[in-house]
Design a protein around this ligand. Structure first.
Ligand code: ADP
Ligand code: GLC
Length: 488
């Protein structure tokens, strides 16, 4: 099968969050299964092209953007240790920031740069003569490729049988922009945009809705999230669009690329371990606490870590009022690795100032640190308000680190609450998004930690599970086949 994957983030080239991990392993797994895979990504300034062997090609073309023509240049390479191909679309100005997205608070130009990227994709296929059986677009940044193919390339033989699949990673980022700008840039006629049309939501162009409406099939990143988004609480206003496509939505649980996330071979750890050598995990914890200058008299306490974006989604609101009270019990060490909204960064800085010997704080994005901290920790905290899937809890399972989660989305699909009488369960999970349940979960963790026997059972339960990205990639292929069969 010829598979074209389009995304704004693909590991290891450009990462903003979990989507980069997923788009990357999908390409690698599909290529390993024998498919011909082409991935397309904007050529952000921050990408170190020479480090990944990405070379500039002879290919360049004009992309017509309404009142102007913009020149696209193309870089080419392959994924590390894989035959999957990666193409980068460059523009002298649009992708010139250090970030994947424009300034988060001022992303007014994202409509133009992503439409340019979307419009360049069919042109790239023509230039390299790639006839995709499947186009898999990820999140709102790439949703416009689908209407563009349908309305502007309908007579192009390369795309006459292309099936389109839209993967929703997170409904809370939708790409909402001015209708005149977008219709001009896309060169759709203004009359295409009308109230109730596939582009429109609350008077604006909504890229997420466009993706939901135009795709042949829709995948969400976990089965529970596929159910949740039918309801207003989780749908971020998209419930009508979602409910109009119910027959075409499937939840496919994300997976783990064990080539990168496995303590047995993890290149970021000073020592490797598996379920038979958990004493090494304990050594890594002690090293980490020492490095972090936590007094040795506290080294016997459980280490609970939070490795995530510091945003509302990740449950910072229910932590807010409880964290100081819980830290004052002096029953655990909290380590936070993350960056995000200023008010939440301030919250953690304040906790660190008040309890310097019980809090480790890294306000940054650091890949290696994420691996080391997850390996060193006893528990990983994810009290999310909503979580389309979540990857870190699955990484934690493999590292013998016990997830403490709010049961929602992919967290509900992967983490089961430990029942001590039966010895079943791989974590601590609470059902409702509220502060008291969060507090009770932390207290349960601290209590369980006193029993080495229980901790060992939970760890083993988690480490034995297999959440391989291979399973996820295969499920995508099954869906792709269904889409192609329907075209016959
Ligand atoms: P989301 O995509 O919503 O941020 P996921 O759990 O799906 O959440 O994926 C988060 C990814 O980003 C994981 O690979 C995780 O290890 C990584 N990550 C999150 N915060 C940091 C950080 N501060 N430093 C390094 N990696 C991080
Ligand atoms: C999104 C979601 C996260 C999911 C990730 C990868 O960023 O917030 O839950 O795991 O995408 O699909």
């Amino acid at each position: 099968m010829n598979i074209l994957l389009a995304a704004a983030e693909i590991n290891p080239f450009a990462k903003g969050g979990g989507m980069a991990d997923v788009t990357s392993y999908l390409c690698i797994e599909w290529a390993e299964m024998g498919h011909d895979v082409v991935a397309v990504l904007p050529s952000y300034k921050a990408i170190d092209k020479s480090a990944y062997g990405l070379v500039e090609t002879e290919i360049s073309f004009d992309v017509s953007m309404g009142f102007s023509k913009e020149k696209a240049v193309v870089y080419r390479g392959t994924f590390p240790n894989s035959s999957a191909k990666i193409y980068l679309i460059g523009h002298e100005e649009f992708f010139d920031e250090e970030y994947v997205y424009g300034d988060r608070n001022e992303d007014e130009d994202d409509d133009r740069r992503f439409i340019f990227f979307n419009k360049a994709i069919p042109e790239l296929c023509k230039a390299i003569n790639f006839k995709p059986d499947i186009l898999n677009c990820h999140d709102y940044h790439t949703s416009f490729v689908m209407p563009i193919l349908k309305t502007q390339y309908q007579s192009e033989p390369l795309f006459e049988r292309t099936g389109t699949i839209f993967t929703i990673h997170n409904l809370s980022y939708q790409g909402i922009y001015d209708k005149y700008r977008v219709m001009d840039f896309t060169e759709m006629k203004h009359k295409e945009f009308e109230v109730g049309s596939w582009f429109e939501h609350e008077g604006k162009v909504n890229f997420m809705k466009t993706g939901i409406m135009y795709a042949d099939r829709i995948i969400t990143v976990s089965p529970t999230y596929a159910e949740e988004i039918k309801e207003p609480y989780y749908s971020e206003g998209m419930q009508d669009a979602i409910n109009s496509r119910l027959r075409d939505i499937t939840g496919v649980l994300n997976g783990v690329n064990y080539r990168i996330w496995d303590p047995k071979i993890d290149i970021f750890l000073s020592k490797n371990y598996n379920s038979e050598s958990l004493e090494i995990k304990e050594q890594l914890k002690l090293e980490y606490l020492e490095e972090s200058k936590i007094p040795s008299k506290k080294h016997h306490l459980p280490l609970i870590s939070f490795v995530n974006r510091l945003t509302e989604q990740k449950g910072l609101d229910i932590i807010e009022n409880k964290i100081n009270k819980l830290l004052s019990t002096n029953k655990f060490i909290l380590a936070v690795l993350g960056e995000g909204q200023e008010k939440y960064e301030d919250l953690i800085i304040e906790a660190k100032n008040q309890f310097p010997n019980n809090v480790i704080l890294h306000l940054k994005y650091d890949e290696g640190e994420a691996h080391r901290l997850i390996a060193a920790s006893d528990f990983l905290l994810m009290p999310s308000k909503f979580e389309p899937c979540g990857l870190t809890q699955m990484y934690a399972l493999k590292y013998g680190t016990i997830p403490i989660v709010r049961s929602t989305g992919g967290l509900a699909d992967t983490i089961t609450n430990y029942i001590s009488e039966k010895g079943i369960g791989n974590g601590i999970s609470f059902p409702h998004y509220n502060r008291d349940e969060f507090e009770a979960a932390i207290r349960k963790a601290v209590d369980l930690y006193k029993s080495k026997e229980h901790i060992e059972i939970i760890r083993r339960n988690g480490m034995e599970e297999n959440h391989s990205s291979k399973r996820c990639a295969k499920k995508y292929i099954e869906i792709f086949k269904e889409v192609l069969d329907n075209k016959d």
